[in-house]
Design a protein around this ligand. Structure first.
Ligand code: GLP
Length: 273
């Protein structure tokens, strides 16, 4: 069966779907603009979450319209379908800043409470993140990886792309087999994420706990979402140059089921035929 008919649901009319040249396990879907990306990705996430299998979630500006679309789609569902989703929901976020808890507005926990937990009415514990306040962050990283494994492993891993090629907080250089761990953030990442900290890179925490490249590659499906022209070149290096520790996201090329959803601006540097 051709790959495009095996991967459901079919994209909407404004999405162009095609294989990724040179990547037998890869497929790319390109929407004209970021709102088409958000609707498509939200639909894929809801479809995976409805099964009750663990879904890997991500934070960042790319995901904000995705979660807005998810809330909208959820709002159009019948009450029984909504209740069933809330009862089945199982998700694990990729990462969290070390030293920050949900009470801190800069934490990913706070971002997820505002984006999904509170508006959807998710019960505590259904949406999980590493505990940034753990006294021993290395032990917390091990506990978190064990919790993912105990839940059965990630069925669909949502990923954004860092402007330096990171996924989660796997900063370059990073091998393909990095475990869930306590990491130091690069200056580039602290600059990229400064907006949530009063635009001050020095206020961005120096360290984080992140699922590793090994955990990400162990997911049964990977869903990489990239929007905007600013990431077009790092996306080209991610998908169309040989995998390299200098671009941690490039290890995704080795995944057997990689789906990349892009807007036309992010796709502008790719060779697609
Ligand atoms: C952040 C997060 C990633 C995120 C990426 C892209 O630092 N750790 O999980 O996907 O960088 O962020 P943005 O979407 O804001 O560009």
């Amino acid at each position: 069966m051709p790959r495009s008919s095996r991967l459901r649901p079919a994209p909407g009319p404004d999405l162009r779907l095609q294989p990724l040249p040179g990547l037998p396990g890869g497929i790319v879907e390109i929407a004209a603009a970021a709102d088409g990306v958000a609707e498509r990705v939200a639909g894929l996430l809801l479809q995976a979450l409805e099964t009750g299998a663990p879904v890997g979630l991500a934070t960042g500006r790319t995901m904000q319209p995705v979660y807005a679309a998810l809330r909208r789609q959820f709002g159009h569902w019948s009450e029984p379908r909504r209740q069933q989703l809330l009862a089945r929901w199982c998700s694990f976020n990729l990462d969290e800043y070390a030293g920050l808890g949900a009470a801190d507005p800069g934490s990913f926990a706070a971002e997820m409470v505002a984006a999904l937990v509170q508006p959807l009415g998710l019960a505590p514990g259904r949406l999980q993140l590493p505990n940034g306040l753990a006294a021993d962050p290395n032990a917390e990283a091990r506990r978190y990886a064990s919790a993912v494994a105990a839940a059965g492993g990630i069925t669909l891993q949502l990923l954004g792309l860092g402007s330096n090629g990171h996924v989660g907080f796997n900063e370059p250089p990073c091998p393909a087999d990095a475990a869930c761990r306590w990491v130091e953030l690069s200056a580039a990442t602290r600059r990229q994420n400064a907006a949530a900290f009063g635009a001050d890179p020095a206020a961005v925490p120096e360290r984080a706990i992140t699922l590793g490249t090994a955990d990400i590659l162990a997911a049964r499906q990977v869903l990489l979402v990239v929007t905007g022209e600013a990431k077009a070149e790092i996306l080209r290096r991610t998908l169309q140059e040989a995998p390299d520790p200098a671009v941690p996201a490039s290890w995704l090329q080795t995944h057997p089921r990689l789906r990349v959803v892009l807007d036309a601006a992010a796709a502008s540097a790719l060779r697609l035929s």
